[in-house]
Design a protein around this ligand. Structure first.
Ligand code: UDP
Length: 237
């Protein structure tokens, strides 16, 4: 089966990497990295945004009585750690065409973000990781992922979930009659406040008409499957 898209932006939450008692699960890192490598070898152009929730979230500012802005920059730094962990895992698996761009300048281990250079790297077959979110406090990596999807002209923004196969009309964990939605519009996501991404990201995706595909990253080769149209998912367009 052919690839569904030519160029994607994959958004994974930091939680996707988490072990029970640790910020990283070695096997999860290796599993996701090997799927991404296999797809890159098949010719898919892949941009990736990883969250930071396995390490730190800005919301934790309140409990520690920190300034929210400081806490948000800490969160952005957490996303850079995750990007480096994923890059290192990709290298370890023997794939060298990978680059990390950061919205916050950290020159020794990342390249400063530039959308033109990023597009060139994608054309050249590099797995391109975008770290540091938007580079601004009070935003999230969902918004960062939407912005990067727009700027690299991705065919779709792939929102990876952990254990949910897509979007429902209500919470399937609390409502056993929750209805699965295979295709919906951006407007419905916003009006019905469906839990796909935060409101800022959803509004931006609607304005820029970004096609979003929501799928479950947990499961054997689910990323590979969704890109070959072999996995149930929700399309937002
Ligand atoms: N963050 C931020 N600006 C951004 C992206 C992230 O301030 O553009 C901070 C924010 O504090 C957030 C944390 O980084 O809580 C981790 O990112 P996020 O919560 O999006 O990660 P995820 O939940 O997807 O793992």
């Amino acid at each position: 089966m052919e690839l569904k898209y030519k160029r994607i932006l994959l958004k994974m939450s930091g939680e996707a990497f988490k072990a029970n008692n640790d910020i990283y699960d070695k096997s999860k890192l290796a599993n996701f990295a090997s799927q991404v490598i296999a797809l890159a070898k098949e010719g898919l152009q892949i941009g990736i945004v990883i969250g930071g929730g396995n390490i730190w979230r800005g919301k934790l500012a309140d409990t520690l009585e920190l300034d929210r802005v400081d806490a948000d920059y800490m969160g952005m730094l957490a996303t850079i750690m995750n990007a480096l962990a994923f890059e290192a895992t990709i290298h370890k698996l023997g794939y060298d065409k990978v680059v990390v761009y950061s919205a916050l300048e950290i020159k020794t281990v990342t390249s400063a973000y530039n959308y033109r250079f990023a597009r060139e790297k994608l054309d050249a077959g590099y797995i391109t990781i975008f770290a540091g979110g938007t580079g601004f406090s009070y935003f999230t990596t969902d918004t960062g992922a939407t912005i990067r999807a727009i700027e690299i002209q991705a065919d779709a923004l792939l929102m990876a979930k952990n254990g949910t196969k897509g979007v429902y009309d209500s919470d399937p964990n609390t409502n056993k009659d929750a209805k699965f939605l295979a295709e919906i519009s951006h407007l419905e996501v916003l009006q019905r406040d469906l839990k796909v991404m935060d409101g800022t990201a959803a509004a931006l995706a609607r304005d820029a008409a970004v096609t979003i595909e929501v799928f479950d990253m947990n499961g054997d080769d689910n990323l590979i499957k969704v890109l070959h149209n072999e996995l149930e998912s929700t399309i937002i367009k």
